[in-house]
Design a protein around this ligand. Structure first.
Ligand SMILES: N[C@@H](CCC(=O)N[C@@H](CS)C(=O)NCC(=O)O)C(=O)O
Length: 298
C-alpha cells in the first residue's frame, strides 16, 4: 500500500485507482455490452406466441440447457411443455430491453415466462428454470430421496462451477484482448480440476444422478460436454480433454439423444445453416424453418 491508499501492481502495468470509474471500454469480445449498472436501457416489449411457455434465449450453453429440457419433455409426451422460443441477441443488447428486464432483472438469457399460471410466472437463472420445469411436469428429477438429492447437488455444482470455466478460463483463453499467463494458468488449472471431478464421478455412474438421465446432466452437458468435445473455446488440445475418458463416454451418449440434437438448434445463430433454428414455435420448425430452408447456404 502506498501513502494515498492505492494498491500497486508488481507487473508494472496497472495501478488501481482509489475508486474505480467506468470511463472506457475494457476491450475483449463482450466489451460493447458489458456495463456496471443494471436496469433497462430502452423500451421494448417482448413478443408473445400462442403456447403456454414463452422462452427468450440464445443457444449458448446456458440457453441450450433449457431448450434441451423442453424438447425432452415434449419427447416424453408432456404436451403442456409446448413453447415459443424467441431470439435474444445479446451482442445487440436485446437483454437490456424493458420487456426482457421485467422477466429477468439480471439481463441475461435464458428467461422464461409461464403463461399457464394466473398471473404469469417469470423464471430466470437456467438452474431455476430447469428445476421449475422438472417440478411442473414431474420429470427428469428422480423422486427417490438419495437420487433427487444427488441431482440437485450436481445441478447446483454446475451453477457454481461454470463461471470459472466461462467467465474465467473461456474469457482469458479465448476472449480477452491480451493473453495473460497468470489468469490462463489459474483458470486452466481449475477447469481441469472440474473435469477430473466429473471424470471420477462418471467412472461409476452412468449419469450424474445415477442411472437416470436428469436435469443435472442437462445443466452440465452443454458446458462440460462442449468442452470435452473440443468445441467450447476450441480448447480441446490445450486442456487435453481426451484424457477424461468417462466424461467422453457420457458426452457422446447424451449427444445422441434426438431431443438434445433438436434443443441445440433452437435460437442458434451460428454454425451450419441447417443447425440454426432462430425461433421455434412448432415441432415442424426443425424440418421447415432452419436457416438452410430460409435459403442460407454454407
Ligand atoms: N447464471 C446465469 C448465467 C446466464 C448468462 O451468463 N447468460 C449470458 C449468455 S450465456 C448472457 O445473457 N450474457 C449477456 C450479458 O451478460 O449481457 C444462468 O445460468 O442463467
Amino acid at each position: 500500500m502506498s501513502d494515498d491508499n492505492e494498491q500497486t501492481s508488481d507487473s508494472g502495468g496497472y495501478t488501481p485507482p482509489r475508486v474505480w470509474t467506468w470511463d472506457r471500454e475494457s476491450g475483449g469480445r463482450f466489451a460493447k455490452i458489458n456495463r456496471p449498472i443494471a436496469g433497462p436501457t430502452h423500451d421494448r416489449e417482448l413478443p408473445v406466441g400462442e403456447h403456454p411457455l414463452q422462452l427468450y434465449s440464445l443457444a449458448t450453453p446456458n440457453g441450450v440447457k433449457v431448450t434441451v429440457m423442453l424438447e425432452e419433455l415434449l419427447a416424453a409426451g408432456h404436451s403442456g411443455a409446448e413453447y415459443d422460443a424467441w431470439l435474444i441477441n445479446i451482442q445487440e443488447g436485446d437483454q437490456f430491453g424493458s420487456g426482457f428486464v421485467a422477466i429477468n432483472p439480471n439481463s441475461k438469457i435464458p428467461a422464461l415466462q409461464d403463461r399457464s399460471t394466473d398471473p404469469a410466472t417469470r423464471v430466470f437463472e437456467s438452474g431455476a428454470i430447469l428445476l421449475y420445469l422438472a417440478e411442473k411436469f414431474g420429470a427428469f428429477l428422480p423422486t427417490d430421496h438419495a437420487s433427487r438429492t444427488a441431482a440437485l447437488s450436481w445441478l447446483f455444482w454446475q451453477m457454481g462451477s461454470a463461471p470459472y470455466l466461462g467467465g474465467g478460463f473461456g474469457h482469458f483463453y479465448a476472449y480477452a484482448p491480451t493473453k495473460i499467463e497468470y489468469a490462463i494458468d489459474r483458470f486452466a488449472m481449475e477447469t481441469k480440476r472440474q473435469l477430473d471431478v466429473l471424470d471420477r464421478h462418471l467412472a461409476d455412474h452412468r449419469f450424474m444422478a445415477g442411472d437416470e438421465y436428469s436435469i443435472a446432466d442437462m445443466a452440465i452437458w452443454p458446458w462440460y460436454g462442449g468442452l470435452a468435445a473440443g468445441v467450447l473455446y476450441e480448447a480441446g488440445e490445450f486442456l487435453d480433454v481426451q484424457s477424461y475418458e468417462n466424461v467422453q463416454r457420457w458426452t457422446r451418449e447424451i449427444a445422441e439423444r434426438p431431443a438434445v440434437q433438436r434443443g441445440r438448434m433452437v435460437n442458434r445463430t451460428w454454425g451450419k445453416p441447417e443447425s440454426q433454428l432462430h425461433e421455434r414455435h412448432d415441432a415442424s420448425d426443425f424440418e421447415t424453418k432452419t436457416q438452410y430452408e430460409a435459403g442460407e447456404r454454407a
